[in-house]
Design a protein around this ligand. Sequence first.
Ligand code: NAP
Length: 361
Amino acid sequence: MSRLNAAVVGATGIAGQQFLAALADHPLFEVTHLAASSRSAGKTYLEAITTAAGSTQWFCTEPLAPRFAQMTVIEAAKLDAHEVDVVFTALESDAAAELEPLYAQHVPVMSTASAFRMAEDVPVLVPGVNPQHAPLIRQMQAERGWQGFVVPNPNCTTVGLVVSLAPLQQAFGLDSVVMTSLQGCSGAGRSPGVIALDIVDNVIPYIPKEEEKVEAETRKILGTLSGGRITPADFRVSATCTRVPVLEAHTESVFVSLTRPATVEQVSAAMQEFGSEFTGLGHPSSPTRLITVTADPFRPQPRLDRVVEDGMTTTVGRIRACDVMGNGVKYLLVSHNTKMGAGKGALLMAEELVRLGYIGA
Ligand SMILES: NC(=O)c1ccc[n+]([C@@H]2O[C@H](COP(=O)([O-])OP(=O)(O)OC[C@H]3O[C@@H](n4cnc5c(N)ncnc54)[C@H](OP(=O)(O)O)[C@@H]3O)[C@@H](O)[C@H]2O)c1
């Protein structure tokens, strides 16, 4: 099959750059259009990410592909979706709410934004976790009269949480979940971003709108699709989200009350075995394991574990019994917020939607 033409919208931001890093030399998709705000339009991509003082704001650890550096950035509102087969968007929610439907009328839109996550006819898809929600795409198309669709990935804090909870839900059932996050600074993006004066030597105990998103998205993703709607899972979720002076990756401390009792060994085995059918498909952006369980009591650590499987696995450690909750278990996880939690995670979902016939068919 020849490669599908792809646009990256919001290409100059943190999540957009991760799309570009993951899409350089991709076997299924060829980036033909780069778009951002009117501030960047008309400049080459390199000019658009370079400040007036000459500082190049390329954030990824991978080098910027020379081909992308020389492409001219267009204004997102002027992107003609007829010219591409798929659009990857990395926009703030307000811009996404306005622009994504314009593209989705014609082509699939894989989004990192929250604008459509809680819409009743929109599935929030996580690779290997809830493929059973994908058929909702056809309903969205029928109800909205779109040839394309919008599939958002979850908030970057939700991703690692749902990946770690899915095997527990399947094997033992979930009664309640309490999660406290320690989130990396890149999760706030460039604009306005996190100011060093505020975060160095500090912990910020509040991230606006984050806890509500994690609580609602987790129950939706692990819910049941029936009769054309997703019924959220009936377990309770309570989240506290904090920002810490870590560059990349979110660490989460998770307490779970299971429906049925399980030993630490059984929990660990369920996590390690989870998702092998999906990872066995060998998608280009796939990790070999959705969850990497570590026995080292000093792991996971964001600095060491965000690089495992190029940021596409959720590393879980310190699995212990918890006596405070019924059938309690507790653990820590590290999940890469801009790779699996944003650009590369949305790309992996697109690869799966190509296989399932929703993209490029
Ligand atoms: N950072 C993460 O870890 C992460 C993880 C998951 C999801 N997300 C989500 O991904 C989205 C992007 O986040 P980010 O962190 O990449 O933000 P960011 O670094 O601030 O980048 C924002 C991007 O949006 C563009 N933009 C801003 N206003 C626009 C407009 N009116 N029309 C068109 N383009 C516009 C910017 O273009 P200019 O450069 O031209 O201004 C830039 O490319 C957000 O919805 C965020 O919640 C982020």
